[in-house]
Design a protein around this ligand. Structure first.
Ligand SMILES: Nc1ncnc2c1ncn2[C@@H]1O[C@H](COP(=O)(O)OP(=O)(O)OP(=O)(O)O)[C@@H](O)[C@H]1O
Ligand SMILES: [Mg+2]
Length: 510
């Protein structure tokens, strides 16, 4: 039996009148990877923040190697050997990769920073984890997946005895996830570390964990060695028995047939952009959900950003409703009813101090204000309706920064929908969303297309997601996309991945 590294007992956390942790117990053993699961807002991040010294608990005890500890700050926890990768990435964007990796653990000799040693170590650690970087890159210029990898490398490199990872795989693609799973298992065993991973993707939990704990509304509802529990049992402990049964009974998505499709609302021909887009052609029609799949770095997010006016077009043509389309800014795109939900919710999603309702109505009110009359209440009622439909849990009248990560994501989707888009661009739409709500959101996206005629373009690293939500999928490779469509109903994850890797021209599907 592995030794107990960290034992938390009776952890209580209250925010105002709301209790979010009701006496939670968690035992982490050295050499083990421990999965922490639960619905959005269950209290997972809060629990990790308590263990990492970022949030002060209102009750309970923590023993580290048998001795009681209490951390007044994250720095105190770090000093005690606890490393944490928080859900919202926290790299300092204006520093380089190396500077971030060595933050608060700089290599120095005789009081002088040894920059050369740090650069070499950084490069080695980056390469060992499949990142082809020099370390001199500014973090701000890197894609999300790489930033996430760098955070994880930073935590692993700190020689911690306890490593806490809050949804570390949300921006990673399959290959990176496989490598991370392998690394975590190896590190746990070889260095005798206790690792916690919060993750909504249960296949990953089953692949990497020795033990699993599920929280529901701030209480432990499951705590068992992973080998003793079934997939269904874990789902049930996350969303409840009733909900699990309902989910099982839900009919699979009905995919639209290609024949009935109207002419495209948005087209791109030979589009290139200075940073990473080379030659993209695509058609997007009202009422369809089109998937865009590709490996990390293939230009998926860049394409969405270009369509939304966040990045300039270098060459090629784009047309919207049969007129030339070249948005100079998101505002210009929004005026054309083109709306984008970014995968970086922290950076460009919402105003943290405004409540969810206000965040949702903000772009709409601004639009209405030009007419002189603002129908605030009407807009708010509509916002509340959509927030409820997407099952946002938590206080939608409190600052949005207080919602859990998954619930913030739902609020951002609501905000996008309330803008009544005709073209909806979604980058990782269910990032951080629990298994119970995920299917709900897929159904919601499909109904937007089917019932309101919205043209939806979805980027996702999760193959299963694209296959569930899209009618057809187009593939991007190294900044190029031919626009050739692959019917989702005829694809599976493996085929999709193979298509993204293929270097020869894509085969024509029957
Ligand atoms: N600073 C805060 N003030 C008030 N309430 C908060 C604050 N931080 C978190 N909460 C609430 O605590 C509850 C638990 O949130 P937490 O972030 O721990 O959930 P989670 O399980 O990590 O969810 P997710 O899967 O969406 O990340 C939520 O209802 C959230 O709204
Ligand atoms: Mg969380």
């Amino acid at each position: 039996m592995a030794e107990e590294r960290l034992v938390a007992q009776g952890i209580v956390k209250r925010y105002g009148s709301a209790t979010v942790l009701h006496g939670v117990a968690l035992t982490l053993r050295s050499g083990e990877v421990h999965g922490l699961v639960g619905h959005n807002g269950a209290g997972k991040s809060t629990l990790l923040k308590v263990l990492a010294g970022a949030v002060a608990p209102d009750g309970g005890t923590i023993l580290l190697d048998g001795r009681p500890v209490s951390f007044a700050s994250p720095a105190a926890a770090t000093a005690a050997g606890i490393a944490c990768v928080f859900q919202e990435l926290s790299l300092l964007e204006n520093l380089t990769v190396t500077q971030n990796l060595f933050l608060a653990r700089e290599i120095a000799s005789a009081g002088i920073l040894d920059k050369q040693a740090m650069r070499e170590t950084a490069r080695r650690e980056l390469a060992a984890n499949g990142l082809n970087l020099t370390g001199d890159e500014k973090v701000a210029n890197l894609p999300v997946a790489q930033r996430q990898m760098i955070e994880i490398i930073g935590a692993l490199a700190r020689n911690a005895r306890v490593i806490l990872l809050d949804e570390p795989t949300t921006a990673l693609e399959r290959g990176q996830i496989d490598r991370l799973v392998e690394t975590l298992r190896r590190i746990a065993r070889e260095r005798d570390v206790a690792i916690v991973i919060v993750d909504h993707k249960l296949d990953e939990i089953f692949a990497v964990c020795d033990h699993v704990t599920a929280l529901m509304d701030g209480r432990v509802v499951l705590d068992a060695p992973i080998a003793t529990v079934s997939h269904e049992a874990v789902v049930e402990s996350i969303i409840g028995q009733q909900e699990a049964a309902r989910l099982q009974a839900q009919a699979p998505a009905v995919h639209a047939t290609a024949a009935a499709k109207p002419s495209p609302i948005l087209t791109a021909r030979g589009v290139g952009a200075p940073r990473g887009l080379r030659d993209v052609s695509l058609d997007l029609a009202p009422g369809e959900v089109l998937g865009l799949y590709g490996l990390a770095g293939s230009g998926r997010s860049r394409l969405l950003r270009t369509l939304y006016g966040l990045e300039p077009v270098g060459h090629g043509t784009m047309r919207l409703r049969d007129r030339p389309y070249r948005p100079q800014s998101p505002r210009a795109a929004m005026r054309e009813a083109v709306v984008f939900v970014s995968e970086e919710r922290k950076a460009n999603g919402f105003i943290p101090d405004f409540d969810a309702i206000r965040n949702c109505t903000l772009p709409v009110l601004r639009r209405h204000a030009w007419g002189g009359v603002i129908r605030r209440q009407e807009a708010e009622q509509e916002a509340i309706g959509v927030l409820e439909r997407l099952r946002v849990r938590g206080d939608i009248h409190a600052p949005m920064s207080r919602l859990s990560g998954g619930n913030q994501q739902k609020a951002l989707l609501a905000k996008a929908v309330l803008q009544r888009p005709q073209v909806l661009l979604l980058d990782e739409p269910t990032k951080g969303i629990d298994v119970g709500t995920k299917a709900e959101i897929h159904a919601f996206i499909r109904s937007l297309a089917a019932q309101s005629g919205v043209a939806v373009l979805v980027v996702s690293t999760e193959e299963e997601e694209l296959l569930a939500v899209c009618d057809e999928v187009i593939i991007m490779q190294r900044g190029r996309c031919s626009g050739r469509r692959h019917e989702a109903a005829r694809l599976d994850s493996t085929t999709l991945r193979r298509l993204a890797l293929e270097t020869t021209p894509e085969p024509v599907l029957a």
